[in-house]
Design a protein around this ligand. Sequence first.
Ligand SMILES: Cc1ncc(COP(=O)(O)O)c(C=O)c1O
Length: 333
Amino acid sequence: MYLAQYPRRRYTEGHTPLEKLERLTAAVGGANIYIKRDDLLGLTGGGNKTRKLEFLVADALKQGADTLITCGGIQSNHCRLTLAAAVKEGLKCRLILSEITPGSYHTGAGGNVFLYHMLGVENIKVVPWGSDVMAEMEQAADKAKAEGRKPYIVPMGGSNALGALGYVACAEEIMQQAFFSGVPIDHIVIACGSAGTYSGLLFGLRGNNCHIPITGISVLNSKEVLQKRITEIIEKIADYLGVNVPIPQEAVSLFDEYLGEGYTVPTAGMIEAVKLAARTEGILLDPTYTGKAMAGLIDLTRKGYFKKSDNVLFLHTGGLPGLYANMPLFLEE
Ligand SMILES: Cc1ncc(COP(=O)(O)O)c(C=O)c1O
């Protein structure tokens, strides 16, 4: 797909590394585990939102925006990176944060909350979990307009067709890296939240006639909700690019059993996975997204879902500040 024709800002120099995790592979005793280090993408602290923001912020600038408005949970990597992109572009940024546990937002909450303030967020509005965040963002945009600003709403998770283009591009990057390193990838495993990453990646692979299955580990919703959302985003990407890529429902492979009791709620498997990645490879995962996704990868390998000879690529989508906001979880032995 010829993505160079779409406006894009560049926040990362070159490709993120794709490497084998020899010691983690040995510790799990199964499939050959590889990692794609999207935690090393550009902007403050890296992570998957950087790729989406390259396209979204280019669009905001094209429209003459001076203020980015977006939303997320209290410890939102997406909000931190949208704010970081705003700082880099000389724009202002206002955030709507949904609070699951009342009182969990306070300036000493650490992790991403610390970074919102360090990066000079212009305004934060905390709303209860389950609020209509789209309506909240529209209200914030109206308020900004009344102040003479030109606001641009970045959707939740950056997961519209434009944001997902970042992962259409990533699919092409992975295919090239597999080709040049001579490592045929058999499976890709990723964390799935608002589903833009999964949808873009799947569209990018299939659009290049590459049928590597992607296993999505849900960290937010049931697999039925996710499946519906992925179908919608894929249709929107196809419309935006004007490309018809047939993607049957069976091409979408999702697991919601690693979510545990819900978004941000720790699981024993997540704690084991975060510690194992740190102690075998020195790689830091986060408790909300990549820790649960790695717990899924490890469990599915142990159960034989991935064969011992398979090359399984784990997409590290970032989230490191979330680890520092949850340190006590990992301290007791
Ligand atoms: C670290 C990390 N990994 C994975 C995801 C999930 O990506 P998506 O919302 O595109 O499914 C997010 C979303 O916020 C994230 O912050």
